[in-house]
Design a protein around this ligand. Structure first.
Ligand code: XUL
Ligand code: CO
Length: 433
């Protein structure tokens, strides 16, 4: 045991009467919600990068955190792994997620980087065996190093495409070995800064061919998890190809991958794309693409991807409503993908940020379940579309335009509007929050 978290004991559920900051007030892993344990609904995962690799920098200043594992080399990476598993134990976290770069030092060559990855994965495997913590997903960081600055799979240089292929293969191998339940692709540099030097069509073709190879490789190694793409409209690049759910659906259809790949949808990215989180979730569910979520939030004034821990219960409730309505997570879960503010220096801050996020998600989940069990939204929705349940309305979907027009004229049709009842529904929703 390191002494990093000093004497913070494992966090327990104590209920809303508790005044203990280091206790859950709403998250009770064993509480049954719609016939399933809360832990099994939420499937929380700590994001290794934000919680252990991020140093607290911003565009105007560097490292603000002081962590004993900061530094290069394998010894630092091993200490980081040890302390990460201490946090998982304190929080009772069922899952974690990582990028290759979060967990291992970059080597002098590709081979050395891969060996470093494999060696840290050995440590993870042992700790996972001891503690029961599982891997929600693994991924490759193909955006930080300067080699990726013009993209990974979409790079104009084929050598970078090759390096990306080798990198993803190594990360999929490790994810498979650690029995990861998903493999995520976030294309942070798959986009462009200026059209003046960019061939959009060629880059999309490269991205499609690359993703096809990833799916083929999944079957070759027998990886049973789900391949997930994470949408984001911009940042770091000015325009990212995986803009939002709708854009990715078009891309997957174009390459015939819509039944092979699902989505990891992040709250903050949905907002950057000009959508609400629940919009992106509902759209993904309607297309059969809902995979997993990154449950952070952005600062609405800043316009940046600020990756803050969730603390807005109404938003979280509407998000979990869509997840529950779609049948809940299968291989997916709730990765926080959230980081501390750079002045939150203390180890306690890291623990309490997660405790708060877990309680907020628990409240959101319970509210969502209660709304679904009450059924008022689904009832209102089905009443609104009731006209479409008639045989005539269904038959119209197969009629040509001119026959429909003839029916309108013959029947002297005069459609009457009716209320959408938005405020009434909002009032009902608020009763549950
Ligand atoms: C970046 C982001 C990533 C992905 C994984 O905005 O969300 O951390 O979740 O690469
Ligand atoms: Co994310």
């Amino acid at each position: 045991m390191s002494n990093f978290f000093k004497d913070i004991a494992p966090i327990r559920y104590e209920g809303t009467d508790s005044d203990n900051e280091f206790a859950f007030r709403h998250y009770d892993p064993d509480e049954m919600v719609m016939g399933k344990r809360m832990e099994d609904h939420l499937r929380f995962a700590v994001a290794y990068w934000h919680s252990f690799a991020w140093e607290g920098g911003d565009p105007f200043g560097g490292r603000s955190f002081d962590r004993p594992w900061f530094g290069d080399g394998m010894e630092a990476a091993k200490l980081k792994a040890e302390i990460a598993f201490e946090l998982f134990a304190i929080l009772g976290q069922p899952y974690f997620c990582f990028h290759d770069l979060d967990i291992r030092p970059e080597g002098a060559s590709f081979v050395e980087s891969r060996r470093n990855l494999d060696e840290i994965a050995d440590i993870f495997a042992a700790r996972m065996e001891q503690t029961g913590t599982r891997l929600l997903w693994g991924t490759a960081n193909m955006f930080s190093h300067r080699r990726w600055m013009a993209g990974a799979a979409t790079n104009p240089n084929p050598d970078v495409f090759a390096y990306a292929a080798a990198t993803v293969k190594a990360c999929m191998d490790v994810t498979h070995r650690l029995r990861g339940e998903n493999y995520v692709m976030w294309g942070g540099r798959e986009g462009y800064e200026t059209l003046l030097n960019t061939d959009l069509g060629r880059e999309a073709e490269q991205a499609g061919r690359f993703l096809t190879k990833v799916v083929e490789y999944k079957y070759k190694i027998g990886f049973k998890g789900t391949i997930l793409i994470e949408p984001k409209p911009q940042e770091p690049t000015k325009h990212q190809y995986d803009y939002d759910v709708g854009t990715i659906y078009g891309f997957l259809k174009r390459f015939g991958l819509e039944n092979e790949v699902k989505l990891n949808i992040e709250q903050g990215h949905a907002i950057l794309a000009g959508h609400s989180f629940e919009h992106e979730l509902a759209l993904a569910a309607s297309l059969g693409l809902l995979g997993s979520i990154d449950m952070n939030r952005n600062d609405y004034q800043s316009g940046w991807d600020t990756d803050q821990f969730p603390n807005n219960v109404p938003e979280v409730a509407l998000a979990y409503y869509e997840v529950l309505k779609a049948g809940g997570f299968t291989t997916g879960g709730t990765n926080y993908d959230s980081k501390l503010r750079r002045q939150s220096l203390d180890p306690e801050d890291l623990v309490l940020a997660h405790v708060g996020a877990m309680d907020v998600c628990a409240r959101g989940l319970k509210a969502a379940a209660a709304m679904l069990e009450d059924g008022f939204l689904e009832k209102a929705r089905s009443e609104r579309y009731a006209g479409w349940e008639t045989p005539q309305a269904q038959a119209m979907l197969d009629l040509p335009l001119e026959e429909i027009a003839a029916q309108v004229e013959a029947g002297n049709l005069d459609p009457q509007p009716c209320s959408g009842q938005q405020e009434r529904l909002e009032n009902r929703v608020n009763r549950f929050l």
